[in-house]
Design a binder for this molecule. Structure first.
Ligand code: NI
Length: 206
């Protein structure tokens, strides 16, 4: 079997990008329509500047089981109303696949939700590793005043399922500004997943 060639991909903390990346994408405010609590504030901000909320540069050697994808996320600081900028969020299509995030700069929250609706919010700063276990929905939130830059890695055959969040009316908790910096607030539109959907989630992983 031919071996793949080893590579080195430098992480630029200053630009929040991976060198030697094989792919890049970005999400602007307009890509996040309907996800924020305050739709009037969202529209006002969108009309002011449809800016980049986050960008991802990654290296994908393959999609083979046993291989690995890794990259860097750079998230801009900002809020829509009281709610901090966040990534769209997902569960892995093969839901039993894990992920790690390593804080490079800035202050973030890794917001996690189990299929049954348990919520965890883990602060991530420079030199912190957050482990996202299998079966947890995950979303990154920038709660700082500067760019949040994180390196990540996950199994190459994980895939991403974004629909799981849409089907439940969003994630159960929102990360909002408070007197102490940040706090969790209930998402009023959230609907618990039906037992059948949870069973299917656990069943579809192989
Ligand atoms: Ni992921």
């Amino acid at each position: 079997m031919p071996l793949r060639e080893p590579v080195i991909c430098p992480v630029s903390v200053a630009t929040g990008r991976l060198g030697n990346a094989s792919g890049r994408y970005e999400k602007r405010l307009s890509d996040l329509l309907g996800l924020y609590e305050d739709s009037a504030a969202f529209e006002a901000e969108l009309n002011r500047d449809d800016r980049v909320v986050y960008e991802v540069t990654d290296y994908r050697p393959s999609a083979d089981a046993g291989d690995m994808i890794f990259g860097v996320t750079r998230m801009s600081p900002g809020r829509i109303g009281r709610e901090y900028f966040f990534t769209r969020g997902h569960i892995h299509a093969r839901a039993d696949r894990p992920e790690i995030y390593y804080g490079e700069s800035g202050q973030g929250i890794m917001l996690l939700e189990s299929p049954e609706g348990e919520v965890r919010a883990l602060p991530i700063g420079p030199r912190d590793i957050v482990y996202v276990p299998p079966y947890w929905i995950h979303r990154s939130v920038n709660v700082g005043d500067d760019d949040l830059v994180m390196t990540f890695a996950y199994p190459a055959d994980s895939g991403q399922d974004y629909g799981i969040i849409e089907r439940s009316g969003g994630m159960r908790s929102r990360v909002v500004a408070s007197a102490d910096g940040w706090a969790l607030a209930d998402n009023a539109a959230y609907r618990l997943r039906a037992p059948a959907e949870i069973d299917a989630l656990f069943a579809r992983s192989r």
